[in-house]
Design a protein around this ligand. Structure first.
Ligand SMILES: Cc1cc2nc3c(=O)[nH]c(=O)nc-3n(C[C@H](O)[C@H](O)[C@H](O)COP(=O)(O)OP(=O)(O)OC[C@H]3O[C@@H](n4cnc5c(N)ncnc54)[C@H](O)[C@@H]3O)c2cc1C
Length: 509
């Protein structure tokens, strides 16, 4: 049986970042992935020449250098290049109307002026001025080089000294964003808009969404020069780059290998056993699984000594998905992204009230056969697991409920493409059961619903010294930039702070 320095359970973006940094630093790494594809929720699949995406579609800050995006920094460190296509606009369908919106300050201000008048523009300006110093602080603290678990006293003083004029703002950074909104925005449209952006980032409303995450989003999206990015070839290109970095430095990835349990010897992790009975030994184990799945991998006699945090953590909801392959003929100016909100009064967390669509073939024709488009749509983390958990996919009750609940997608798409029904070549609907099946997430959840108002996500350390975690259940939380940073923090724990800092010096961080 071969022995590894590190075994990582799961090849989500967090696990891949962790593994590729570790193999760059000379560790012998094995990543074990339950699914037949790497990437976790960012995996994709091909049918009849269409490349279907399953998860993230909003990317930014990866192609430019310098960047504050931890994934952009990690790709640079790994010397992996991904082609990113720049774009600015998305389509917005809200109760106030249908419009195309570009990222950047001026287009949104024009839209506010048209929809709500100049008083609301003033409100927005004062809100942006309040966020600016927060964004500056966040951009001065590179997430990658400041793991909260390893920062020492001197580093804290050094960082704090940069912000002396704004030092009173530091506590706000880790609080809920809604408090800042309450102080500056009264206009209902603007409040709803920020609530929507917060929900898309964290799966929670603005009062529960971390201010640092929102300050960096505002910095990127509302900067006068801002743009968004889409990886050419889709999320798969990012995943491929990370897998390539892992393998070129000697790391291994084994797909279709579900870990059944983590093995322990004298209260230390000693390797893993797969569902098929195969065993692997290692000095360290990193769990890229969500908090609830991780718990189940650890024997009871080990976890019973811990505070049972995972059992008490509230979960974000799950997803409904739609995947379409459709005829592109005659469709001009289709947006790459569209967001639809049915009714603000129902609240941003309400079921089937918000749908997000992306049509990547608008930017990258290679994502679909010639003359066709590929579309992925989802309801963002507000589909309740409970109404699905006892249904069986082959039964008519399940099929009927799926048709009924997924009808929200075509209903909103008809506003953008009125004859969409006649154009469809492939149509796939997905439910929380589908999401769970292909991503191996507990209850198909987006991740922990940990309110920023209550504190930070747990760090990557566990009470067992050589057992670590990374991914959306670990600090700094959900989303591609966050899970990338968490993967780096777990790697830092293994290679040591000094070796990690030396790696970061290679990219001037
Ligand atoms: C629909 C959707 C849209 C999103 N949109 C965006 C976006 O636009 N921008 C953004 O920044 N973020 C977005 N996110 C969030 C972001 O994609 C995720 O937070 C992030 O990708 C999660 O990465 P992770 O490292 O936590 O691992 P995950 O992606 O959760 O992967 C974990 C991996 O572990 C594997 N695994 C689980 N159990 C086992 C086991 N027992 N043995 C072996 N392997 C196992 C799973 O199969 C999986 O591959 C979106 C998420 C979803 C679902």
């Amino acid at each position: 049986m071969s022995k590894y320095d590190v075994i990582i359970i799961g090849s989500g973006i967090g696990g891949l970042c962790c593994g590729s940094i570790l193999s760059l630093s000379g560790k012998k790494v094995l990543i074990l992935e339950a699914h037949s594809q790497p990437g976790g929720v960012a995996h994709s699949f091909n049918i009849k020449g269409y490349k279907f995406e399953s998860g993230p579609s909003l990317w930014s800050g990866i192609s430019k250098w310098p960047t504050t995006n931890p994934l952009g920094q990690i790709l640079k460190l790994l010397d992996e290049k991904v082609e990113l296509i720049k774009y600015q606009g998305w389509h917005v369908s809200v109760p106030e109307g249908e419009f195309n919106l570009e990222v950047g300050q001026e287009p949104f201000k024009k839209r506010i002026s048209l929809l709500r008048g100049d008083k609301s523009v003033k409100e927005w300006n004062s809100f942006l001025s309040a966020i600016k110093p927060l964004s500056q602080i966040v951009s001065e603290i590179p997430l990658l080089s400041n793991s909260p678990e390893t920062m020492n006293f001197l580093e804290i003083i050094r960082l704090a000294s940069k912000f002396i004029p704004n030092i009173n703002l530091l506590p706000k950074i880790n609080g809920g964003f809604g408090d800042i909104v309450d102080n500056h925005l009264k206009d209902p449209f603007l409040r709803n808009w920020v609530d929507l952006l917060s929900f898309l980032i964290s799966g929670m409303p603005m009062h529960d969404t971390n201010s640092a995450a929102m300050a960096s989003l505002f910095d990127e999206w509302f900067d006068p020069e801002s743009y968004l990015e889409y990886p050419k070839g889709g999320s798969e290109s990012i995943v491929k780059a990370l897998v390539n970095a892992l393998k070129k430095n000697g790391g291994e990835l084994i797909l279709s290998s579900k870990v059944d349990s983590i093995n322990f010897s004298q209260n230390m992790a000693s390797g893993v056993t797969l569902e098929n009975g195969s065993k692997f030994i290692s000095d360290f184990v990193v769990m890229n699984t969500d908090a609830w799945t991780s718990r189940k991998l650890i024997p009871r006699e080990i976890t019973k000594k811990w505070t049972p945090k995972a059992e008490n953590i509230k979960k974000c909801g799950s997803f409904l998905h739609i995947h379409l392959g459709f005829d592109a003929s005659g469709l001009q100016n289709l947006p790459i992204h569209a967001i639809h909100v049915d009714d603000w009064n129902r609240g941003i967390t309400a079921e089937r009230n918000v749908a997000v669509f992306s049509i990547p073939s608008v930017l990258d024709s290679g994502m679909a056969p010639k003359g066709k488009h590929v579309l992925h749509g989802y309801t963002p983390a507000n589909e309740p697991w409970e109404i699905w958990e006892n249904l069986k996919p082959h039964e008519s009750t399940y099929k009927n409920l799926k048709e009924e609940r997924c009808s929200i997608f075509l209903k909103s798409l008809r506003k953008i493409i009125p004859d969409i029904d006649n154009r469809i070549e492939i149509k796939l609907f997905g439910t929380p059961l589908t999401h769970k099946k292909f991503t191996n997430t507990s209850c198909g959840s987006y991740g922990p619903a940990l309110s920023a108002a209550q504190g930070l996500f747990p760090g990557c350390k566990t009470p067992v010294k050589n057992l670590l975690s990374c991914g959306a259940s670990t600090f700094p939380g959900i989303g591609i930039p966050a899970v990338s940073a968490s993967g780096a923090y777990a790697a830092e724990q293994i290679i040591g702070n000094k070796a990690y800092k030396n790696l970061l010096k290679m990219i001037d961080l």
